[in-house]
Design a protein around this ligand. Structure first.
Ligand SMILES: Cc1cc2nc3c(=O)[nH]c(=O)nc-3n(C[C@H](O)[C@H](O)[C@H](O)COP(=O)(O)O)c2cc1C
Length: 256
């Protein structure tokens, strides 16, 4: 197994940092190859810049803007983006670890996706039949992804009727709209709740939960998101009436 561990936390001596160390150690002890992108340690630039994509052709400038053009194909990407592409190409499994900040990922990780998941690499790939490969198909298909998350909220408050909303909904933009969109199979996340006050026993339980999830990284069933081109959606990409009839919300996109 080739695992890329993406870590977005400013403090290595945090709960998140300890879990990252435990996770990487566990994987290596299992015989996995592990490479890391420790975004703060790398001083990752999260802000998309026009230079990232090379100079836009005059026609691009008039019509779509430089970030929409396929700079991956034309080989004009910045060196730091290309280095992340090399790691992703090498990896068969990617772990994304971060603390929940304002219902989402830290800005440095959002900016990693903005700059790294570019057209031609993570999306915008055409199938032979002319349809666009996305939501279960695409350049990153065949790779597995898993989110490892710490959250200050107690577990019940990110449960079905908790005030914070359900964790699957909070992670929908990342797990469905980004990772599955790009073709990756997304494993259920590991969430460590109540993460602002963790006793030694609670830490041990969290570390054991992480080790268990890493032991089953290559075998656990992914979240059963529906594939875009599998027939469940019509040509306008709306879920057909026959599926999840009368229901609405994010979980209609689960084939259960
Ligand atoms: C800027 C910021 C925003 C946060 N937003 C949330 C949030 O929306 N939901 C939540 O449950 N916890 C939130 N927290 C709490 C963090 O998730 C928590 O402190 C972290 O996961 C604990 O792990 P750590 O000690 O490794 O940082 C936030 C913390 C910070 C600093």
């Amino acid at each position: 197994m080739n695992v890329l561990w993406i870590f977005a936390h400013p403090e290595p001596r945090s709960l998140g940092g300890s879990l990252r160390d435990e996770g990487v150690r566990t994987l290596r002890a299992q015989g996995a190859e592990v490479r890391e992108s420790d975004l703060y340690a790398m001083k990752w630039n999260p802000v998309v810049d026009a230079d990232d994509f090379g100079s836009a052709a005059e026609s691009d400038r008039l019509i779509v803007g430089s970030t929409s053009k396929n700079a991956f194909k034309s080989g004009e990407l910045s060196a730091d983006i290309r280095a992340e592409h090399d790691k992703l190409t090498w990896a068969d499994t990617v772990v994304f670890q971060f603390p929940l900040w304002w219902y989402g990922m830290p800005a440095i990780l959002k900016g990693w996706f903005d700059r790294v998941f570019v057209k031609g690499f993570a999306y915008g790939v055409q199938r032979p039949d002319g349809r666009t490969a996305r939501y279960g198909e695409g350049a990153l298909a065949g790779k597995r992804a898993m989110v490892v998350l710490t959250a200050g909220a107690p577990e019940a408050t990110i449960g079905p009727r908790g005030v914070n909303g359900e964790i699957d909904d909070l992670l929908f933009p990342l797990q469905h709209g980004t990772l599955w969109y790009a073709g990756m199979s997304v494993l259920p996340p590991l969430t460590v709740c109540g993460a602002d006050r963790v006793s030694p026993d609670q830490y041990d339980a969290a570390a054991e939960a992480l080790r268990e999830r890493l032991r089953t990284l290559s075998t656990r069933d992914p979240i059963p998101f529906r594939s875009q081109n599998g027939g469940d959606y019509d040509d306008a990409l709306i879920l057909r009436d026959a599926f999840a009839p009368g229901r609405r919300g994010n979980d209609v996109h689960l084939d259960v």
